[in-house]
Structures are given as structure tokens and as C-alpha cells.
Design a protein around this ligand. Structure first.
Ligand SMILES: [Zn+2]
Length: 101
């Protein structure tokens, strides 16, 4: 008796129309600006503390300094350009900076 195992029919339904495209990340959503991989390796330049994403900024978990994320999704990690937390007038007052010296 011949083996008829080759008779496999097409499994698809064939109806491919009318399918909604998946929602794409919206422009301007900061969480899509910086990749998770990048966020994982970025740290506060002063205390090497991890930073977290808050809006258009990366915020140091220890000293609270905010680093602006530029248009291209590249965070500006220069402490000179960073936004200091309230009450801080000089980077020497930051916990991360103190620990360093
Ligand atoms: Zn810090």
C-alpha cells in the first residue's frame, strides 16, 4: 500500500484582510526614546548610581540630578548640563559628589 503522507493541505485560513496593525509607540513618548539596554548601562557620572527614566529626563537614584534626553534619544550625561535638584546650588552638595571625595 503506497504511503500517502504527502497530502498535507494548506493550513491557513487565507483570509488575511481587515487585520488592524499593532499599535506603534507614539512619538514623543519618552519611554521609547531611550532603549532599555542604554538605560541599563547609564549611571550618574558622579556616584555611578543607577538612573531612572522620568519624562524627558534621566534621574539619578541617589542625588536626584536630572539629565536631559536629547531629540535623538541620546541622554546628555554631562553633569555641567544636568538639572540640579531643588535646594542644590552646586554639584559639590550632591550626595554622589560627596561620596566621591
Ligand atoms: Zn548621582
Amino acid at each position: 500500500m503506497p504511503d500517502g503522507a504527502s497530502g498535507k493541505a494548506h493550513g491557513g485560513t487565507g483570509a488575511s484582510g481587515g487585520r488592524e496593525p499593532l499599535a506603534e509607540p507614539k512619538e514623543g513618548d519618552a519611554s521609547s526614546k531611550v532603549s532599555k539596554e542604554l538605560l541599563d548601562i547609564l549611571v550618574c557620572p558622579l556616584g555611578k548610581e543607577k538612573v531612572t527614566l522620568e519624562g524627558d529626563f534621566l534621574v539619578c537614584g541617589r542625588c536626584g540630578v536630572r539629565f536631559r534626553i536629547e531629540e535623538e534619544g541620546i541622554p546628555n550625561m554631562l553633569i555641567e548640563d544636568a538639572v540640579l535638584p531643588e535646594g542644590i546650588t552646586d554639584i559639590s552638595q550632591l550626595p554622589c559628589q560627596k561620596e566621591r571625595s
